[in-house]
Ligand binder design. Structure first.
Ligand code: AMP
Length: 267
C-alpha cells in the first residue's frame, strides 16, 4: 500500500481515503461519492475495509460484527473506487505504541467503551501513513469520532484534510449502520425512537438542556429501557451546554434489542 501511495505521490495524483469496517451500506456510499467528487476523475479514491480489533470492547462484539468483503468489493466497483485496501491484520502481535486523545475521548462513547478511541485513532493514524491521502472522508454519524480524529490531525500535524459527510438515514429516520442487520423485527421498529428524540429536541427550540435531556431520556427509555447517554454539547469542544444555543449538538446512545445504537444531530 505504501509503495502504491509513493507512486501516486510521485505522479502528482490526488488521493482520497474513505476508512470503513466494511459491510458497506448507503452511508458509506455517500462518503465514497463525496471522495470521488473531491478527488476528481484524475484522482484516486481508496476505500479501506478493516474490522479493527483494537477498537472493540470484547471478543463477542468483534466476532459478531458483520463481514462481507466480496459484496463490499462489488459495491466499490459500481462506485468506481480505484483501490480497496482490505488488510488481514494491521497490528504486530507485540505492537506497543498507541495514539490517544485525552480530552474529547474521555466522555460519551469513550466512557462507555474504554479504549475504543485509542483503537480508532491508532488505526486511523496507521491508515493515513499507509495510504498517504490528501484528504479522508468521515461520517457525521460518528460525530465524536470525527471530532477526535480532527483533534489528532491538529495536534500531530498530520497532512490530511478531514472532510465530513452528513448522516444517511432509512425512510423512518433510523441512521444507517452496519449493526442494523442485528436488529430483529420488534427492535427494528423501536430503534426509530432515536430519530423521534431528535425531532422532539429540534421542536423544543432554544431551551434549558437539563429538562430537555430528562424528557428525551424518558422517551427513549419507554421504548428500550437502556440509555447510555443523552447529551447536548458544543459541536467543536464537545463540552456540555446549559442551553440549546447555536452550534449545539445532541448526542444519543442506547441499546435496543441487544444492539447498541448511536445517533446525533445539530439542534
Ligand atoms: P464504519 O464502517 O461503521 O466504521 O463507518 C465508516 C465510516 O462511515 C465512518 O466515517 C462513519 O461515520 C461513516 N458512516 C457510517 N454510517 C453512516 C451513515 N448512516 N451516514 C453517513 N456516514 C456513515
Amino acid at each position: 500500500m505504501q509503495r502504491q501511495a509513493a507512486y501516486w505521490k510521485r505522479e502528482g495524483v490526488r488521493v482520497g481515503l474513505v476508512p470503513t469496517m466494511g459491510a458497506l451500506h448507503e452511508g458509506h456510499m455517500s462518503l465514497i461519492r463525496k471522495a470521488r467528487t473531491r478527488a476528481g476523475q484524475s484522482g484516486v479514491v481508496v476505500v479501506s475495509v478493516y474490522v479493527n480489533p483494537l477498537q472493540f470492547d470484547g471478543a463477542k462484539d468483534l466476532n459478531r460484527y458483520p463481514r462481507d468483503l466480496a459484496a463490499d468489493k462489488r459495491a466499490c466497483r459500481v462506485e468506481g473506487v480505484d483501490l480497496v485496501f482490505a488488510p488481514e491484520n494491521l497490528h504486530a502481535d507485540d505492537a506497543s505504541v498507541v495514539v490517544e486523545e485525552n480530552e474529547l475521548a474521555n466522555h460519551f462513547e469513550g466512557k462507555f467503551r474504554p479504549g475504543h478511541f485509542a483503537g480508532v485513532m491508532t488505526v486511523v493514524a496507521k491508515l493515513f501513513n499507509l495510504v498517504q491521502p490528501e484528504f479522508a472522508v468521515f461520517g457525521e454519524k460518528d460525530f465524536q469520532q470525527s471530532a477526535v480524529v480532527r483533534r489528532m490531525v491538529r495536534d500531530l500535524n498530520l497532512p490530511v484534510k478531514i472532510v465530513m459527510a452528513p448522516t444517511v438515514r432509512e425512510a423512518d429516520g433510523l441512521a444507517l449502520s452496519s449493526r442494523n442487520v442485528q436488529l430483529r423485527d420488534a427492535a427494528r421498529e423501536r430503534a426509530r425512537v432515536l430519530w423521534e428524540a431528535i425531532g422532539v429536541a429540534r421542536a423544543a427550540g432554544v431551551t434549558e438542556t437539563a429538562g430537555l435531556k430528562r424528557k428525551l431520556k424518558r422517551l427513549i427509555e419507554s421504548r428500550t429501557g437502556e440509555v447510555d447517554y443523552v447529551a447536548v454539547v458544543d459541536a467543536e469542544s464537545l463540552r456540555p451546554l446549559k442551553r440549546t444555543e447555536k452550534g449545539a449538538r445532541l448526542l444519543l446512545a442506547a441499546t435496543v434489542g441487544g444492539v447498541r445504537l448511536i445517533d446525533n444531530a445539530e439542534l
